[in-house]
Write a protein that binds this ligand. Structure first.
Ligand code: SF4
Length: 353
């Protein structure tokens, strides 16, 4: 690795099998620096929204989706969504809107396109990071359009980038077990490949810690690396630990990944993905203390900060978001790094030296 050679499949398996976690972290941190990484650690102010949780797919790991008849099912109109987002913007200065949804079979493509156009008109300076590859594919089945046609229309309406969800684990064996209704990996790649060629950057993920083997994790990461070699459009990689709560896996006694698993995955990702600039330690999921350690295991981004706020905060109270930023800044500094607030495309907005 120090000699600049690419790690291969067997190297990847060996990294995951090692018990020497500290050495792995050190190697990952060295790799990050050798590829131009500095002491900067990024975060973005983003708001998470979802317009509908109605979904036809029924992935077994999902605790979010509902059928239309279930009492907790919801589908917001474009107007309701824009109103909600504008209310949040009054109290939190987010620069990115992160929206993913269920694959709702009861809407049409205009629902998505008009939503993007309305959000863009209402918040022209906010980056719209919306719709996973699975949702883009869903729009092609709703409309009869191609991936390229759907992405062009959304881009022209104001879409800025795609989040990385829907990747799960690419191996067919795993997809058949955890998400049998979801399209094969080739579709995920085709959507991202098309987006990159249209100038739409995207993100990539891996959902780990369920039925997959180490070999299947390595296969997943190598497929992402090959795609990045072809098009270079991935902004960041986000390893997502599987959370069994409220899924069939919880009833089967499954447990969370351990902190050591999560650190290993970050280091492994940094070492294998030598062509993706940013690796995220998703602090909302791992908690800040572990995310701070992750900064020494190859991660250079701790993801978003915005929490939903009530309007009374506007009257002068310190918002929960501001408190989160202060907490985040403190943790990053205590880890010996420089906190940098960024926009979605990694342009610097503010730094704390
Ligand atoms: S497609 Fe997404 S929302 Fe639907 S069941 Fe699967 S993970 Fe849940």
């Amino acid at each position: 690795m120090v000699a600049g050679e690419r790690l291969d499949f067997d190297d990847g398996v060996a990294l995951l099998e090692t018990d020497d976690v500290l050495a792995l972290g050190e190697l990952a941190d060295l790799a990050r620096r050798l590829r131009g990484g500095t002491d900067e650690v990024y975060f973005v102010q983003n708001l998470y929204v979802s317009q509908t949780n109605v979904c036809r797919v029924k992935c077994k790991f999902c605790a979010f989706a509902a059928t239309r008849k279930q009492p907790h099912a919801y589908t917001l109109t474009t107007e309701e969504l824009v109103e909600d987002v504008l209310r949040q913007r009054e109290v939190t200065g987010f620069t990115e809107l992160h929206m993913v949804n269920g694959e709702n079979p009861h809407v049409d493509f205009a629902f998505y396109r008009d939503t993007i156009a309305a959000l863009h008109a209402a918040l022209p300076d906010v980056h719209l990071k919306c719709y996973t590859a699975s949702e883009i594919h869903h729009m092609t089945t709703l409309s009869g359009l191609t991936h390229e046609e759907v992405l062009r229309e959304l881009r022209d309406a104001g879409l800025g980038s795609l989040p990385g969800g829907g990747a799960e684990i690419f191996a067919d064996r795993v997809r058949r077990i955890i998400a049998p209704g979801k399209e094969p990996a080739e579709i995920w790649f085709h959507v991202h490949d098309t987006a990159h060629r249209l100038g739409i950057p995207t993100h990539c993920t891996m959902l780990y810690g369920h039925v997959e083997t180490y070999e299947e994790r390595v296969d997943h990461i190598l497929r992402l690396r090959e795609q990045q070699d072809r098009t270079g459009g991935f902004l960041a990689f986000i390893p997502l630990a599987f959370h069994p709560e409220n899924t069939v896996f919880e009833r089967r006694g499954w447990r969370h990944t351990t902190g050591v698993d999560d650190l290993k995955m970050l280091a492994f990702s940094r070492l294998m993905l030598d062509n993706v600039d940013h690796i995220k330690a998703y602090w909302i999921m791992m908690g800040m203390p572990l995310a701070a350690i992750a900064l020494h295991f190859g991660a250079d981004d701790v993801q978003g900060t915005v929490v939903r706020e009530e309007i009374f905060h506007a009257a002068g109270a310190r918002t929960e978001t501001e408190q989160k930023i202060e907490q985040l800044v403190r943790f990053v500094r205590e880890a010996g790094r420089i906190p940098v607030q960024r926009d979605t495309l990694y342009n610097e907005l503010r730094r704390w030296e």
